[in-house]
Design a protein around this ligand. Sequence first.
Ligand code: BES
Ligand code: ZN
Length: 458
Amino acid sequence: MTDAIETYLAANADRRLAAYLDFLRIPSISAQPEYAAACREAAEWLAGQLEAIGVEHVEVCETGGHPVVYGDWLHAPDAPTAIVYCHYDVQPVDPIALWETAPFEPFVKGDRMIGRGSADDKGQIHIHLRATEAILATRAALPVNLKFVFEGEEESSSVHLDAWLEANKERLGADLALISDSGFFEGNRPAITVGLRGICYIQVDVTGTAFDLHSGTFGGAVQNPANALAQIIAALKGPDGRIRVPGFYDDVVALSEVDRAAFAALPFDEEGYRNELGLPALVGEAGYSTLERRGARPTLDVNGLWGGFEGQGAKTIIPAHAHAKISCRLVPAQDPGTIFELLRAFILEVAPPGCSVDVSFLGGGKPSLTSIDHPATQAAARAIEATFGVPPLYIREGGSIPVCASFETILGLPVVLLGFTPPDDHAHSPNESMSLPNAETGIRTVVAYWDELARLPR
Ligand code: BES
Ligand code: ZN
C-alpha cells in the first residue's frame, strides 16, 4: 500500500470505527415489515456516506420494496467500469436471549466487531466505503470507474432487484460486477468464492378443523394436522440423505473429476469443523464429501416448524393447523421455479387424507458459478496475495446470493466474488461478528484491487 493511503487510514482509524458502529446500530431487517423505516434509514445513511466521500449521482432508488442505494464515480475514461454490490439489510435477530448484548448495540470484543450485520453484509460495505474514501482523499481520483449498488432485500430473496436491474440496464453498463458478500475458508484462509448455491423457499400449511379439538374426545376420529405435516416432511428425504421428490435431481450437473479434485485439494480439517460445531457426527447425502455436500450438492431442510400447544405443561388437543418453512439449496442447473412445482406436486401427493394442505412459494434464487480464469478474478487473487500475504483458495459455497446470476443474465456481466468475512462469523446466528483485522486488511485489498483492475489490458 502506498504511504499516502496508509497515513490517511492511520489518521482516520477512530472515525472509521465510529462510522461502522453507527451503521450497525440501524436495525435494517428486511424480512420484518416493522423494520421498513429502519431499512430506509440505513439506505439514507449510506447515501450520505457515499456523498461525503465524493461519490456522485447518489440516489436512494425506489423498488417497490426496500430501496436500492446507487452512486457512481466515472472519471477514469480509459479504465474499466465495475459495479460494486453489497446489501445493507440484515437477518432477524431471534433467538434474542442468546445474544451477549443487544444485536443492534454493536461492540468491539478483542479483535472482533459484534452485532447483527457486522459481517453479513454491513462489514463489507464498510470496507468499500473506506477504501473508496482513502483513494479519493489521497489521490483525488479512482483508477477505475465505479457504480455502487447497495440493496436492501438480499436476505429476503432480492424480490424487487431483478426488475430494478432491468429498468436501470442503461445506467448499469459496466465491464464486471464485484460482489462483496462472501468470506474466507475454514481457518480464516483468504478465499475467492467461485460457486454459490441457489434456493427455493416454501411454506407448507396444513389445516384441519376451525379450532383445536379435545384430543380424547376426537382423537382416533379425525386427522391431526401436526401428525400429517410430520408424515409429509418424513416423505421428502430418505435416510441416505437423498431427496425423494421425483425429478428433483433431473437438472443437476454432475460433479466432474476436476470439480471433485478441487474440493479434495482444499485444506479442510473435518474433525476440527465437527468439533467447533459441537456435533457427534456430520451427516449428508451418501457418496459425497462434506465440502461437496455443502458447496455443490442440493439440499432440503426444514427451517421452521410450528403448530399446536407450545407452552409449558400438557394440553390435550388436536391442533387446528400446523406449519413448516422448508428450503432447498440448489446447484447448477436447477431452477427455483421448476423445483417449486415439483415440491408442491409431491407434497400434495403424499399428504394424508382428512386435512387440507397448502404449499406456497416464499422466495428463490438461481445458483451460479464464476470463472477462476477470468482476468478480473485473477486480479482479485493478486490483490489478496499482496495484502494478506497468501494466495487465495478458490471455493464453492453453500450460501446463496440471488443477484449473482442476475448480473450475468440481465446485465451480461462477469462476476467476481471478493469477500472478507471469517468462516466463524456466526452470520444469521446470535452474536454475529466480523474480524477487524480482516476488515482492515480488506480495505487495503480493495484499494489494491482497483489498481490491479486498472492495469489489465483493455
Ligand atoms: N452472505 C450470504 C451468502 C453467503 C453465505 C455467501 C455463505 C457465501 C457464503 C447472504 O447474505 C445470504 O445469507 N443469503 C441468503 C439468501 C436467501 C435469503 C435468498 C442465504 O443464503 O440464505
Ligand atoms: Zn445472509
